[in-house]
Design a protein around this ligand. Structure first.
Ligand code: SAM
Ligand code: SF4
Ligand code: SF4
Length: 386
């Protein structure tokens, strides 16, 4: 048994201006945790998936994520020096891999806005898991720059992309991204990603009741049989700025019902432990899965929490480690990285942090008062990534 050390955490009042105290001696002295690939948190969940936000900036203003009223012209984004460099990110990634991480997802903000992102991808794609396999290396993007960048991303070693797309109707799409960005350009980006071999591509659609639920069926029809996996995400109460209301959440069960009435579905098993999406396959006339028609996924973070299998850690743009999408505090790894900490120190610190993890916000959400985003000021999704 390892002895637990007291950990310093960073309360996030404003993620960009709050002082970032160094975790300091508590991490670096006392019982050391070595990397075994077998790290588990206090609820026995392993560490397998690392999501890295490479920028807090975005060229869209999706109202569920970066509403214009808050993220306006004067919004104080992080200065470049505050961001982890590509070398720092790669160093942290290696430490996480030593603890058993198999999958890395680059996100943001809009990750393709980070200058020379291909160089980071080259560095990460050279890493190997503990079993000696390449990482499952992927990226989530709004697709706006994909037509231009897909080939270079593939050449740099990116395996797959997930593209966010909230509807096919141009007016609906322009209004949801709130910067009047045309849907045709994202569809061209998806085509370019497919041509470049960045598949199997996943398409993420956030469903907001009263805003884009009428786009569910057109999206299902469009991507059925395309080789891409369309996933419907319940609108979540992430962050503190999107004015979330429960009555704007369309439960995934209703999404399934709606599609099944026109395009019959059948449930499929999970393809990997910790998978966030419940999978449904298109059925053929005999009621069996029509593999050529493909499948869809539903991510029911609000109505059916999946915290029990959550094996994801999140690294913010400035090197704060978050243990939950809904966390209001992070652990300042950047000060360790930029200080005197050795890789062994970092391994031990992350080991202590993960072992102490108790987060299961979505499971506890129902017990919270009211139907609005409540409690401590939570970190914004554009800062830690989805
Ligand atoms: N900009 C990139 C994009 O949009 O794909 C990557 C970052 S974005 C924060 C990652 C994912 O989070 C996107 O698929 C987005 O739709 C999703 N997302 C953002 N805010 C959300 C919310 N309030 N509820 C559910 N999903 C959300
Ligand atoms: Fe930007 Fe992605 Fe957030 Fe939309 S969801 S505002 S594209 S970071
Ligand atoms: Fe994981 Fe937190 Fe989401 Fe639960 S609420 S699945 S612990 S990120």
């Amino acid at each position: 048994m390892t002895e637990r050390q007291p950990l310093r955490v960073v309360p996030l009042i404003d993620q960009r201006t709050a002082p970032l105290p160094t975790p300091g001696a508590a991490f670096l002295s006392g019982t050391r945790i070595a990397a075994s690939g077998l790290l588990h948190d206090s609820l026995n969940r392993p560490l397998r998936d690392l999501r890295i936000s490479v920028t807090d900036r975005c060229n869209f203003r999706c109202n569920y994520c970066m509403p214009k009223e808050i993220f306006g012209k004067d919004y104080p984004y992080l200065p470049h020096a505050a961001l982890l460099s590509f070398e720092e990110i790669t160093r942290v990634a290696k430490v996480f891999i030593a603890h058993g991480v198999q999958k890395i997802r680059l996100t943001g903000g809009e990750p393709l806005l980070r200058k020379n992102i291909e160089r980071l991808i080259e560095q990460l794609s050279a890493l190997r898991t503990l079993e000696g396999r390449p990482l499952d290396l992927t990226l989530t993007t709004n697709g706006s720059l994909l037509a231009r960048k897909a080939r270079d991303l593939k050449a740099a070693g990116l395996q797959r992309v997930t593209v966010s797309l909230d509807g096919l109707d141009d007016a609906v799409f322009r209004s949801m991204n709130d910067v009047d960005f045309p849907v045709a350009d994202v569809l061209a980006g998806i085509d370019a990603a497919q041509d470049a071999g960045l598949g199997p591509i996943k398409i993420n659609m956030v469903v907001k009741r009263g805003t884009n639920e009428h786009e569910i069926l057109p999206m299902a029809r469009r991507f059925k049989g395309s080789g891409m996996v369309l996933r419907f995400i319940e609108y979540m109460d992430v962050g503190a700025t999107n004015g979330w209301r429960m009555n704007e959440v369309l439960p995934s069960s209703q999404v399934i019902q709606l599609i099944d009435a026109e395009l019959p579905l059948l449930p499929l098993g999970a393809s990997s432990p910790g998978e966030t999406a419940a999978r449904w396959g298109y059925a053929n006339a005999a009621g069996q899965h029509d593999v050529a028609a493909g499948e869809i996924g539903v991510i029911s973070s609000v109505t059916q929490a999946f915290c029990g299998s959550c094996n994801r850690a999140r690294l913010s743009t400035e090197g704060q480690l978050y243990l939950c999408l809904f966390a209001s505090r992070g652990y300042d790894l950047r000060s360790l990285i930029r200080g005197q900490a050795s890789d062994t120190d970092l391994i031990s610190a992350i080991g202590h942090i993960w072992q102490g993890r108790t987060d299961r916000y979505s499971e506890l959400r129902r017990a919270l008062p009211g139907d609005t985003a409540t409690g401590a000021k939570r970190v914004e999704m554009s800062y830690i990534g989805g």
